[in-house]
Structures are given as C-alpha cells and as structure tokens.
Design a binder for this molecule. Structure first.
Ligand SMILES: NC(=O)c1ccc[n+]([C@@H]2O[C@H](COP(=O)([O-])OP(=O)(O)OC[C@H]3O[C@@H](n4cnc5c(N)ncnc54)[C@H](O)[C@@H]3O)[C@@H](O)[C@H]2O)c1
Length: 243
C-alpha cells in the first residue's frame, strides 16, 4: 500500500510505535507532536516518515501541517488521533484551566484533526480514521475526571463520525488498557506490578501491541469495520476480584 497517514502524539509511546508499524506496512507517515523529539523519532523511520511540531488543539497548526504533509507526501488517506494530556487530580482540586486543556487536546484535538483531514479522506471514498480512547471511557477510577470524560467522548465521537461519513471514511476506535509508556514512569515498581496483576495476562502491554491493532483497523483487512470499538487491554476489563 502506498498511502499517507498522519499520527498525532507520535514522538513516543503508542503513537511512535504506530508510525513505525505503518512504515513497515508500506505507509508514508507524518508524525505530529508538540514535542520537538518527534523530528528525531521520524528520522529514525527513514525517508517515508517526517516529523511535524504542532499542537493538536490549534486549528492554525492543523492548517499549516496538513498543507505541509500534502506537499511532502500527497493527499492524506489515514488519520490516527492519539495525542493526550492528563491531570490526575480529583475534580474538587482541579482548576478549570486544567479541565479545559484536557478537553481541548484530547477531544477538540480530534475534532480539529478530522476537520483538517476530511477533504482528503473523503476524496476517494476510502479514508480511514482510528481514534485512540482508553478503558477509562467505560470504567470509573479515582482522580481522572478530565481524562476519563474526554475518552468517553471519543468513543461517542467515533460512532458519530462513522455514521456521518458512511462508505467515504471508515472510523474505528481503539481502547487500550495498561500499556507501558512514559505515562507510567511516575509509578513505583510495586504499583506497576499491581497494575500488571489486574490484567488477565498478568503484565502491562507494549506500545507495539496497540500499534498492530491500529494498523489492522487502518488497513484493508478491516474493510468491513466502521464505528467499532476494539479493546486492547490484556483482559483488564473482563476480570474482577471477588469472593
Ligand atoms: N499508556 C497507557 O496505558 C494507555 C492506556 C489507555 C489509553 N492510552 C491512550 O493511548 C494514547 C497514547 O498514549 P501513550 O501512553 O503512548 O502516551 P505518551 O505520553 O507516551 O505519548 C503521548 C504523546 O502525545 C503528545 N502530546 C501531548 N499533547 C499534545 C498536543 N497538544 N499536541 C500534540 N501532541 C501532544 C506528547 O508530547 C507525547 O509525545 C493516548 O490517547 C492515551 O490516552 C494509553
């Protein structure tokens, strides 16, 4: 396949693993991140990858970057909306600017991404979008009111987009469970072991294990899938401790 995809939040973690996997599958990839590290992450992937520094919450950045990607690689066929911010703080201690920033990046960032790429995605009635949500969309855990709200919003937005754009653009959602990325760096070894025990598989996932599912949803093998929500959580969401 010679097609072009934009991946947001691609400097590291699941986004970077997805960019790597898509280049292996023959895609040309544009890696977007607010962190300039994205340029070296892209450089490691060779000539079919390019890094772009920008903020997914900025419509101006989207306009600038989509124009640059078109110039570099041609029209956009795929979009992976993956960037996130989170502030692990209970609602009564969270200031409204932090709440708003989580909405702006996680939820409105996807709005801007889809709006900016849509003319390209629709042009050949073969566009593909993957939205990265989280198990927090469906399960209540303490201290993540902003993050969980945005992730639940993204599963709803996925369905809206799928219905709206029908056979022009397939839109699917990935719901990761605990995946060992920089998001987990602040946790102690014991907390990491505890989180691993809370999966059926007894371990945290690797970014590549989510990237493979994203690549599948973006690819031709998922040609009859749209509006789906695919869980990649090592069984985290189907097990309970109860006697
Ligand atoms: N790691 C997990 O356990 C886990 C679990 C469930 C869901 N997820 C989801 O997977 C996705 C990727 O998570 P990850 O763990 O790889 O995160 P990560 O922290 O490794 O990478 C996130 C990237 O997003 C970038 N980013 C943040 N704000 C941005 C902005 N405004 N504009 C552009 N880029 C921005 C960061 O710079 C960073 O490079 C997220 O949507 C996250 O919610 C992750």
């Amino acid at each position: 396949m010679t097609a072009t995809a934009i991946i947001t939040g691609a400097a590291r973690g699941i986004g970077a693993a997805t960019a790597r996997r898509l280049t292996e599958d023959g895609w040309k990839v544009a890696l977007l991140d607010r962190d300039a590290l994205v340029e070296s992450t892209a450089a490691e992937l060779g000539a079919n990858a390019r890094g772009y520094v920008g903020d997914v919450a900025s419509a101006d950045d989207w306009e600038r970057i989509v124009a640059a990607v078109r110039e570099e690689f041609g029209p956009i066929d795929g979009l992976v909306s993956n960037a996130l911010v989170t502030d692990p703080t209970p609602l009564h201690e969270m200031d409204v600017s932090s709440w708003q920033r989580q909405l702006d990046v996680n939820l409105t960032g996807t709005f801007h991404a889809v709006r900016a790429c849509l003319p390209d995605l629709r042009r050949a009635r073969d566009g593909r979008v993957v939205v990265v949500s989280s198990v927090h969309a469906s399960f209540g855990l303490p201290d993540v009111p902003g993050y969980a709200t945005t992730k639940a919003g993204l599963t709803g937005l996925t369905r809206q987009l799928a219905v709206q754009y029908g056979d022009e653009v397939r839109v699917n959602c990935v719901v990761p469970g605990p995946i060992r990325t920089a998001q987990w760096d602040r946790l102690s070894e014991e907390d990491l072991r505890q989180s691993a025990r809370e999966t059926v598989l007894g371990r945290l996932g690797r970014p590549e294990e989510v990237a493979g599912v994203i690549a599948f949803l973006l690819g031709d093998d998922a040609s009859f899938m749209t509006g789906s929500t695919v869980t990649v959580d090592g069984g985290w969401s189907i097990t309970k401790n109860s006697s």
